[in-house]
Design a protein around this ligand. Sequence first.
Ligand code: PEP
Ligand code: CO
Length: 455
Amino acid sequence: MSRNRAATDWHPASWESKVAAQQATYPDKAALERVVADLSRLPPIVTSWEVDALKDEIARAQRGEAFILQGGDCAETFDECTSEDIVAKLKILLQMSLVMLFGMKKPVVRVGRMAGQYAKPRSADIETRNGESLPSFRGDLVNRSPFTSADRVPDPSLILRGYERAALTLNFVRSLIDGGFADLHHPEYWDLGWVGHSPMADEYHKIVASISDSLDFLETISGSPVHKTRRADIYAAHEGLHLHYEQAQTRYLDRRQRWYDLTTHFPWIGMRTAAMDGAHVEFFRGIANPIGIKIGPGMTRDWLQDLIRVLNPNNEPGRLTLIHRFGAKSVEDHLPEMISAVKETGSPVLWVSDPMHGNTESTPDGVKTRRFDNILSELESSFRVHESMGSHLGGVHLELTGDNVTECTGGARGLTDGDLARAYKSTVDPRLNYEQAMEIAMRISGLHKSQFKSA
Ligand code: PEP
Ligand code: CO
């Protein structure tokens, strides 16, 4: 059933009548309104047919016929909107997806945490240093990170700067993909020196060799490169946190008789903004995009069922993705109840594991990190719990980078806390580096195989 424009209870700004958690307080309201008006006149970043195509892909993944790989930075930064950074992010996502495609023998749908992942929730509105209190840094879309009052005051012009960078990012990604991105077809050119450092080296070498052989074989019989990705083959996603940003590009499409948030294909609701009576749930219920909801240990059975009823009242396939992030230690305790709560609703959902956000810890020196083994362990448990309950894990959500950073510990090279200082770049959450991300992709293929072997 379509959400009719004439329906009076929802419009792109109806969220304003609710409590909006995690929003910046702009001192100059008139300037904010001007920016929202300016932004709403710009062309959209994505189109409704791409959004619908992703919804179809998610519906396939819900049926077990495809797998979703969602990955990227915790927060994109304006400084890293460079060709090198974008190439590196695209490369790691494409290479991981190829490993997973060959391992799982099913299509892998790539979704970047990119082209708009600029706003962050914070645990406190105010940060105090040496007796001085200033607004917390909320991401490049909102304010600037240096600890001065001029930098920390929310600046509405950053909303436009962020939108422009999001558009530049996706534009470049699309051009690279159209150009073929040759690197993808030649695993022999991938940076795989790390493989020899792993106890699983033999297995990893076999995976890479089998990808090369399969590609050669397919190219020989078809006479053309096999992996000609089409434009829409990488989708964009970000946390739909900053509601003025989302609202400004939300359009009613007469042809479809629905509202679309055209800042991105796939916005998600973060863990801190999923209150039933809150502004985010109000905004998200009115848009036609496929949407994600992060669920953590605080989620209850009733709350989850209420979210599903409000956000997917017609049980539409492809509409809802539940991204669970319980932590390696809690996933076995919490996930079964969530799965049974969803079953009771009869609504189709895609289950995705985010093995990052429940596994963040601080070193004795106060550096935020995550251990590779905990990330892997949450993934293993997630596959297992789903399988044991007659459900299935249809995707993963990872914070990663194509760079050689040292932010998470462990992995084939056995990074330790002592390595973190060497190349720690994230200003927010720690990401898997290139090698760790590739290793996770190889492990996921194996885990997925065991989930489906009995099917
Ligand atoms: C995030 O994805 O960066 C994030 C803040 O996650 P969560 O809402 O799950 O804590
Ligand atoms: Co994060």
